[in-house]
Ligand binder design. Sequence first.
Ligand SMILES: [Zn+2]
Length: 389
Amino acid sequence: MRQQIFEHVRAAGRATRTDVIRTLGISAGSATALTADLINAGLLREVDSVPRETGRGRPAVALEVIPETNFVIGIKLSDEAHSAVLTDFAGDAVATASLQTPAHPKSLDEILTEVGALMQDVLAAAQKNPNNIAAVGIGMSGIVDHQAGTVPWSPLLATRNSDFAAKFEARFSVPLHLDNDANMLTLAELWFGAGRAKSDFAVVTIEQGVGMGLVIDNRLYRGARGMGLELGHTKVQLDGALCRCGQRGCLEAYLADYALAREAATALHQQANDHHSPNALLTALFTQAKAGNEAAQTIFRRAGRYLSVGLANVVQLFDPALIIISGERMQYDYLYADEVLAEMHRLTLNDGRSACTVETHAWGDLVWARGATALALSAVTDQAVAAIS
Ligand SMILES: [Zn+2]
Protein backbone atom coordinates (compact mmCIF):
# COMPACT_ATOMS: atom_id res chain seq x y z
CA MET A 1 0.00 0.00 0.00
CA ARG A 2 2.95 2.37 0.63
CA GLN A 3 3.96 1.69 -2.94
CA GLN A 4 0.50 2.54 -4.24
CA ILE A 5 0.48 5.77 -2.26
CA PHE A 6 3.91 6.68 -3.57
CA GLU A 7 2.92 5.91 -7.15
CA HIS A 8 -0.33 7.81 -6.85
CA VAL A 9 1.54 10.89 -5.62
CA ARG A 10 4.14 10.59 -8.37
CA ALA A 11 1.48 10.20 -11.06
CA ALA A 12 -0.49 13.16 -9.72
CA GLY A 13 2.57 15.38 -9.33
CA ARG A 14 1.11 16.63 -6.07
CA ALA A 15 -1.63 15.02 -4.01
CA THR A 16 -3.19 15.81 -0.66
CA ARG A 17 -3.82 13.07 1.91
CA THR A 18 -7.52 13.52 1.17
CA ASP A 19 -6.82 12.66 -2.49
CA VAL A 20 -4.88 9.59 -1.39
CA ILE A 21 -7.68 8.44 0.93
CA ARG A 22 -10.34 8.92 -1.74
CA THR A 23 -8.37 7.42 -4.64
CA LEU A 24 -6.99 4.36 -2.85
CA GLY A 25 -9.97 3.78 -0.56
CA ILE A 26 -7.94 3.58 2.65
CA SER A 27 -8.71 4.98 6.08
CA ALA A 28 -7.45 8.39 7.20
CA GLY A 29 -5.40 6.71 9.94
CA SER A 30 -3.62 4.41 7.47
CA ALA A 31 -2.99 7.30 5.08
CA THR A 32 -1.37 9.33 7.85
CA ALA A 33 0.82 6.47 9.09
CA LEU A 34 1.90 5.25 5.67
CA THR A 35 2.68 8.69 4.26
CA ALA A 36 4.70 9.41 7.43
CA ASP A 37 6.81 6.31 6.62
CA LEU A 38 7.41 7.56 3.09
CA ILE A 39 8.34 11.04 4.35
CA ASN A 40 10.72 9.65 6.98
CA ALA A 41 12.37 7.47 4.34
CA GLY A 42 13.15 10.61 2.31
CA LEU A 43 10.91 9.64 -0.60
CA LEU A 44 8.08 12.16 -0.20
CA ARG A 45 7.87 15.66 1.26
CA GLU A 46 5.09 18.01 2.27
CA VAL A 47 4.46 21.17 0.26
CA ASP A 48 1.79 23.82 0.37
CA SER A 49 -0.89 22.96 -2.14
CA VAL A 50 -2.71 25.54 -4.23
CA PRO A 51 -4.76 27.78 -1.91
CA ARG A 52 -8.49 27.09 -1.87
CA GLU A 53 -10.47 29.09 -4.38
CA THR A 54 -12.30 31.06 -1.74
CA GLY A 55 -8.96 32.37 -0.52
CA ARG A 56 -10.01 31.65 3.05
CA GLY A 57 -8.39 29.20 5.38
CA ARG A 58 -4.83 27.94 5.22
CA PRO A 59 -3.75 26.11 2.06
CA ALA A 60 -4.06 22.30 2.16
CA VAL A 61 -0.77 20.45 2.66
CA ALA A 62 0.08 18.28 -0.32
CA LEU A 63 2.65 15.53 -0.82
CA GLU A 64 5.18 15.33 -3.63
CA VAL A 65 8.06 13.07 -4.59
CA ILE A 66 11.51 14.46 -3.72
CA PRO A 67 13.00 14.61 -7.24
CA GLU A 68 16.70 14.55 -6.35
CA THR A 69 16.45 11.35 -4.25
CA ASN A 70 17.40 9.24 -7.27
CA PHE A 71 18.21 9.61 -10.96
CA VAL A 72 17.76 6.98 -13.65
CA ILE A 73 18.47 6.59 -17.37
CA GLY A 74 16.00 5.04 -19.82
CA ILE A 75 17.12 3.84 -23.24
CA LYS A 76 15.30 2.65 -26.33
CA LEU A 77 17.48 0.61 -28.66
CA SER A 78 16.53 0.77 -32.33
CA ASP A 79 18.12 -0.37 -35.54
CA GLU A 80 19.11 3.10 -36.77
CA ALA A 81 19.36 5.31 -33.66
CA HIS A 82 19.33 4.73 -29.90
CA SER A 83 17.61 7.27 -27.62
CA ALA A 84 18.18 8.02 -23.94
CA VAL A 85 16.38 10.07 -21.29
CA LEU A 86 17.74 10.89 -17.84
CA THR A 87 14.99 11.57 -15.30
CA ASP A 88 14.78 12.44 -11.65
CA PHE A 89 12.83 10.41 -9.07
CA ALA A 90 9.64 12.30 -9.85
CA GLY A 91 9.93 11.05 -13.43
CA ASP A 92 10.69 14.46 -14.94
CA ALA A 93 13.18 14.47 -17.81
CA VAL A 94 16.45 16.23 -16.98
CA ALA A 95 18.24 15.60 -20.29
CA THR A 96 17.98 13.56 -23.49
CA ALA A 97 20.48 12.22 -26.02
CA SER A 98 20.48 10.09 -29.14
CA LEU A 99 23.09 8.15 -31.08
CA GLN A 100 23.02 7.21 -34.76
CA THR A 101 24.04 3.64 -35.36
CA PRO A 102 24.59 1.44 -38.42
CA ALA A 103 21.49 -0.66 -39.12
CA HIS A 104 22.62 -4.27 -38.89
CA PRO A 105 22.40 -6.92 -36.17
CA LYS A 106 25.30 -6.52 -33.73
CA SER A 107 27.18 -8.47 -31.15
CA LEU A 108 26.27 -7.77 -27.53
CA ASP A 109 29.71 -6.15 -27.06
CA GLU A 110 29.07 -3.72 -29.93
CA ILE A 111 25.65 -2.80 -28.57
CA LEU A 112 27.08 -2.25 -25.08
CA THR A 113 29.80 0.02 -26.49
CA GLU A 114 27.06 2.09 -28.19
CA VAL A 115 25.05 2.14 -24.97
CA GLY A 116 28.14 3.35 -23.06
CA ALA A 117 28.65 6.25 -25.49
CA LEU A 118 24.97 7.16 -25.29
CA MET A 119 25.00 7.13 -21.47
CA GLN A 120 28.07 9.40 -21.45
CA ASP A 121 26.25 11.86 -23.72
CA VAL A 122 23.11 11.99 -21.59
CA LEU A 123 25.11 12.24 -18.34
CA ALA A 124 27.10 15.16 -19.79
CA ALA A 125 23.90 16.88 -20.95
CA ALA A 126 22.42 16.48 -17.45
CA GLN A 127 25.70 17.43 -15.72
CA LYS A 128 25.63 14.21 -13.73
CA ASN A 129 28.19 11.47 -13.25
CA PRO A 130 27.66 7.70 -13.26
CA ASN A 131 27.55 7.59 -9.44
CA ASN A 132 24.33 9.64 -9.53
CA ILE A 133 22.49 6.92 -11.44
CA ALA A 134 20.48 4.44 -9.35
CA ALA A 135 19.42 2.22 -12.24
CA VAL A 136 19.14 2.00 -16.01
CA GLY A 137 16.14 0.75 -18.00
CA ILE A 138 16.50 -0.55 -21.54
CA GLY A 139 13.74 -1.55 -23.91
CA MET A 140 14.20 -3.37 -27.19
CA SER A 141 12.17 -5.33 -29.69
CA GLY A 142 12.24 -9.10 -29.69
CA ILE A 143 11.76 -11.73 -27.04
CA VAL A 144 13.09 -10.32 -23.80
CA ASP A 145 13.06 -12.16 -20.49
CA HIS A 146 12.52 -9.33 -18.02
CA GLN A 147 13.13 -11.39 -14.90
CA ALA A 148 16.30 -13.11 -16.10
CA GLY A 149 17.61 -10.02 -17.92
CA THR A 150 18.33 -12.12 -20.98
CA VAL A 151 17.38 -11.71 -24.63
CA PRO A 152 16.43 -15.07 -26.18
CA TRP A 153 16.02 -13.30 -29.54
CA SER A 154 16.07 -9.77 -30.87
CA PRO A 155 16.35 -8.40 -34.41
CA LEU A 156 19.03 -6.01 -33.05
CA LEU A 157 21.36 -8.77 -31.89
CA ALA A 158 23.37 -11.11 -34.10
CA THR A 159 23.31 -13.88 -31.50
CA ARG A 160 20.57 -15.63 -29.59
CA ASN A 161 20.26 -16.00 -25.81
CA SER A 162 22.32 -12.94 -24.92
CA ASP A 163 23.15 -12.57 -21.25
CA PHE A 164 22.38 -8.86 -21.59
CA ALA A 165 21.82 -7.59 -18.04
CA ALA A 166 24.73 -9.52 -16.51
CA LYS A 167 27.18 -8.24 -19.15
CA PHE A 168 25.82 -4.70 -18.81
CA GLU A 169 26.12 -4.70 -15.03
CA ALA A 170 29.65 -6.12 -15.15
CA ARG A 171 30.66 -3.35 -17.54
CA PHE A 172 28.88 -0.32 -16.06
CA SER A 173 28.38 -1.27 -12.39
CA VAL A 174 24.77 -0.10 -12.28
CA PRO A 175 21.61 -2.26 -12.10
CA LEU A 176 19.89 -2.81 -15.45
CA HIS A 177 16.19 -3.50 -16.01
CA LEU A 178 15.46 -4.89 -19.42
CA ASP A 179 12.10 -5.34 -21.10
CA ASN A 180 10.44 -5.72 -24.45
CA ASP A 181 9.32 -2.53 -26.10
CA ALA A 182 5.57 -3.14 -25.80
CA ASN A 183 5.87 -3.29 -22.01
CA MET A 184 8.10 -0.23 -22.06
CA LEU A 185 5.60 1.79 -24.07
CA THR A 186 2.82 0.64 -21.73
CA LEU A 187 4.81 1.94 -18.76
CA ALA A 188 5.27 5.27 -20.59
CA GLU A 189 1.49 5.49 -20.94
CA LEU A 190 0.94 4.46 -17.33
CA TRP A 191 3.39 6.95 -15.87
CA PHE A 192 3.37 9.85 -18.26
CA GLY A 193 0.57 9.42 -20.78
CA ALA A 194 -3.10 8.71 -21.25
CA GLY A 195 -2.92 5.76 -18.84
CA ARG A 196 -2.24 7.99 -15.85
CA ALA A 197 -5.92 8.47 -15.29
CA LYS A 198 -6.82 4.78 -15.79
CA SER A 199 -6.29 1.84 -13.47
CA ASP A 200 -6.96 -0.77 -16.17
CA PHE A 201 -5.94 -0.36 -19.79
CA ALA A 202 -4.23 -2.10 -22.68
CA VAL A 203 -1.67 -0.94 -25.23
CA VAL A 204 -1.54 -2.68 -28.61
CA THR A 205 1.54 -2.03 -30.75
CA ILE A 206 1.53 -2.72 -34.49
CA GLU A 207 4.95 -2.67 -36.09
CA GLN A 208 7.20 -5.47 -37.24
CA GLY A 209 5.07 -7.62 -34.98
CA VAL A 210 1.90 -7.11 -32.98
CA GLY A 211 2.61 -6.62 -29.28
CA MET A 212 0.56 -5.86 -26.23
CA GLY A 213 1.01 -4.43 -22.77
CA LEU A 214 -1.63 -4.65 -20.06
CA VAL A 215 -2.12 -2.64 -16.91
CA ILE A 216 -4.30 -4.21 -14.23
CA ASP A 217 -5.01 -2.24 -11.09
CA ASN A 218 -2.32 0.35 -11.90
CA ARG A 219 0.42 -2.28 -12.38
CA LEU A 220 1.95 -3.66 -15.55
CA TYR A 221 0.86 -7.29 -15.84
CA ARG A 222 3.73 -9.49 -17.04
CA GLY A 223 2.31 -12.96 -16.78
CA ALA A 224 3.95 -15.78 -14.87
CA ARG A 225 7.04 -16.06 -17.05
CA GLY A 226 7.73 -12.38 -17.53
CA MET A 227 7.94 -12.61 -21.30
CA GLY A 228 5.20 -10.16 -22.25
CA LEU A 229 1.76 -10.69 -23.74
CA GLU A 230 1.87 -11.98 -27.30
CA LEU A 231 -1.39 -10.74 -28.79
CA GLY A 232 0.23 -11.16 -32.21
CA HIS A 233 0.35 -14.92 -31.77
CA THR A 234 -3.21 -15.44 -30.60
CA LYS A 235 -4.97 -17.46 -33.26
CA VAL A 236 -7.68 -15.83 -35.35
CA GLN A 237 -7.92 -18.51 -38.05
CA LEU A 238 -7.67 -22.30 -37.88
CA ASP A 239 -5.02 -23.50 -40.36
CA GLY A 240 -4.62 -19.89 -41.47
CA ALA A 241 -1.75 -17.86 -42.89
CA LEU A 242 1.80 -18.82 -41.97
CA CYS A 243 3.24 -16.66 -39.19
CA ARG A 244 6.95 -15.97 -38.84
CA CYS A 245 6.78 -17.84 -35.51
CA GLY A 246 6.23 -20.99 -37.57
CA GLN A 247 2.59 -21.53 -36.54
CA ARG A 248 -0.51 -20.78 -38.57
CA GLY A 249 -3.42 -18.40 -38.20
CA CYS A 250 -1.76 -15.90 -35.83
CA LEU A 251 -3.21 -12.38 -35.74
CA GLU A 252 0.21 -11.07 -36.67
CA ALA A 253 0.21 -13.07 -39.89
CA TYR A 254 -2.64 -10.84 -41.11
CA LEU A 255 -1.64 -7.52 -39.61
CA ALA A 256 2.08 -6.99 -39.04
CA ASP A 257 4.36 -5.18 -41.47
CA TYR A 258 5.77 -8.37 -42.93
CA ALA A 259 2.30 -9.81 -43.52
CA LEU A 260 1.11 -6.69 -45.34
CA ALA A 261 4.37 -6.55 -47.32
CA ARG A 262 3.85 -10.18 -48.35
CA GLU A 263 0.40 -9.38 -49.70
CA ALA A 264 1.63 -6.10 -51.20
CA ALA A 265 4.21 -7.99 -53.26
CA THR A 266 1.41 -10.03 -54.81
CA ALA A 267 -1.01 -7.15 -55.30
CA LEU A 268 1.63 -4.93 -56.84
CA HIS A 269 2.77 -7.78 -59.11
CA GLN A 270 6.24 -7.99 -57.68
CA GLN A 271 8.19 -11.05 -56.75
CA ALA A 272 8.14 -11.50 -53.01
CA ASN A 273 11.90 -11.85 -53.06
CA ASP A 274 12.50 -8.74 -55.21
CA HIS A 275 14.86 -6.38 -53.51
CA HIS A 276 12.18 -4.25 -51.97
CA SER A 277 12.28 -3.64 -48.24
CA PRO A 278 8.99 -4.27 -46.40
CA ASN A 279 8.86 -0.53 -45.72
CA ALA A 280 9.14 0.34 -49.40
CA LEU A 281 6.47 -2.24 -50.28
CA LEU A 282 4.13 -0.93 -47.59
CA THR A 283 4.58 2.65 -48.70
CA ALA A 284 3.86 1.65 -52.29
CA LEU A 285 0.80 -0.31 -51.15
CA PHE A 286 -0.53 2.66 -49.21
CA THR A 287 0.03 5.04 -52.14
CA GLN A 288 -1.81 2.61 -54.43
CA ALA A 289 -4.71 2.28 -52.00
CA LYS A 290 -5.02 6.06 -51.74
CA ALA A 291 -4.97 6.29 -55.53
CA GLY A 292 -7.98 3.95 -55.69
CA ASN A 293 -6.30 0.58 -56.39
CA GLU A 294 -8.96 -1.89 -55.24
CA ALA A 295 -6.57 -4.75 -54.56
CA ALA A 296 -4.46 -2.53 -52.34
CA GLN A 297 -7.52 -1.20 -50.51
CA THR A 298 -8.77 -4.74 -49.95
CA ILE A 299 -5.50 -5.71 -48.25
CA PHE A 300 -5.74 -2.84 -45.79
CA ARG A 301 -9.46 -3.43 -45.18
CA ARG A 302 -8.89 -7.11 -44.51
CA ALA A 303 -6.04 -6.31 -42.12
CA GLY A 304 -8.37 -3.79 -40.45
CA ARG A 305 -11.01 -6.49 -39.94
CA TYR A 306 -8.46 -8.76 -38.27
CA LEU A 307 -7.41 -5.85 -36.08
CA SER A 308 -11.08 -5.49 -35.08
CA VAL A 309 -11.17 -9.16 -34.09
CA GLY A 310 -7.97 -8.80 -32.04
CA LEU A 311 -9.21 -5.69 -30.26
CA ALA A 312 -12.63 -7.22 -29.57
CA ASN A 313 -10.90 -10.24 -28.00
CA VAL A 314 -8.85 -7.93 -25.78
CA VAL A 315 -12.06 -6.18 -24.68
CA GLN A 316 -13.84 -9.45 -23.90
CA LEU A 317 -10.92 -10.91 -21.97
CA PHE A 318 -9.79 -7.91 -19.93
CA ASP A 319 -12.60 -5.33 -19.96
CA PRO A 320 -10.14 -2.40 -20.10
CA ALA A 321 -11.36 1.17 -19.74
CA LEU A 322 -9.06 2.18 -22.59
CA ILE A 323 -7.13 0.58 -25.43
CA ILE A 324 -4.23 2.58 -26.85
CA ILE A 325 -3.09 1.56 -30.33
CA SER A 326 0.45 2.57 -31.10
CA GLY A 327 2.88 2.03 -33.91
CA GLU A 328 5.05 3.54 -36.56
CA ARG A 329 2.45 2.76 -39.20
CA MET A 330 -0.14 5.12 -37.83
CA GLN A 331 -0.15 6.89 -41.18
CA TYR A 332 -1.79 3.84 -42.73
CA ASP A 333 -5.10 5.20 -41.70
CA TYR A 334 -7.11 2.32 -43.14
CA LEU A 335 -6.05 0.35 -40.08
CA TYR A 336 -7.21 3.03 -37.70
CA ALA A 337 -10.39 4.00 -39.49
CA ASP A 338 -13.77 4.41 -37.82
CA GLU A 339 -14.93 1.19 -39.54
CA VAL A 340 -12.32 -0.79 -37.64
CA LEU A 341 -13.59 0.52 -34.30
CA ALA A 342 -17.22 0.07 -35.35
CA GLU A 343 -16.44 -3.55 -36.26
CA MET A 344 -14.67 -4.03 -32.91
CA HIS A 345 -17.80 -2.81 -31.10
CA ARG A 346 -19.99 -5.10 -33.25
CA LEU A 347 -17.84 -8.08 -32.25
CA THR A 348 -18.12 -7.23 -28.55
CA LEU A 349 -21.05 -8.17 -26.33
CA ASN A 350 -23.20 -5.12 -25.91
CA ASP A 351 -24.51 -4.96 -22.37
CA GLY A 352 -25.62 -1.35 -22.57
CA ARG A 353 -22.66 0.08 -20.68
CA SER A 354 -20.46 2.67 -22.34
CA ALA A 355 -18.06 1.08 -24.80
CA CYS A 356 -14.32 0.75 -24.27
CA THR A 357 -12.47 3.84 -25.46
CA VAL A 358 -9.82 3.42 -28.15
CA GLU A 359 -7.08 5.99 -28.76
CA THR A 360 -4.29 5.92 -31.30
CA HIS A 361 -0.87 7.36 -30.48
CA ALA A 362 2.18 7.65 -32.69
CA TRP A 363 5.10 8.24 -30.37
CA GLY A 364 8.70 9.13 -31.16
CA ASP A 365 11.59 7.16 -29.70
CA LEU A 366 12.05 9.54 -26.77
CA VAL A 367 8.64 8.65 -25.37
CA TRP A 368 9.59 4.97 -25.52
CA ALA A 369 12.84 5.84 -23.75
CA ARG A 370 10.82 7.57 -21.03
CA GLY A 371 8.98 4.29 -20.67
CA ALA A 372 12.37 2.68 -20.02
CA THR A 373 13.00 5.23 -17.27
CA ALA A 374 9.70 4.12 -15.73
CA LEU A 375 11.04 0.57 -15.77
CA ALA A 376 14.13 1.70 -13.83
CA LEU A 377 12.18 4.04 -11.54
CA SER A 378 9.69 1.34 -10.76
CA ALA A 379 12.47 -1.04 -9.65
CA VAL A 380 14.25 1.66 -7.63
CA THR A 381 10.93 2.54 -5.99
CA ASP A 382 10.21 -1.10 -5.15
CA GLN A 383 13.56 -1.31 -3.39
CA ALA A 384 13.22 2.01 -1.59
CA VAL A 385 9.71 1.20 -0.34
CA ALA A 386 10.60 -2.38 0.60
CA ALA A 387 13.55 -1.04 2.63
CA ILE A 388 11.12 0.88 4.89
CA SER A 389 9.63 -2.11 6.63
ZN1 LIG B 1 2.71 -16.46 -34.65
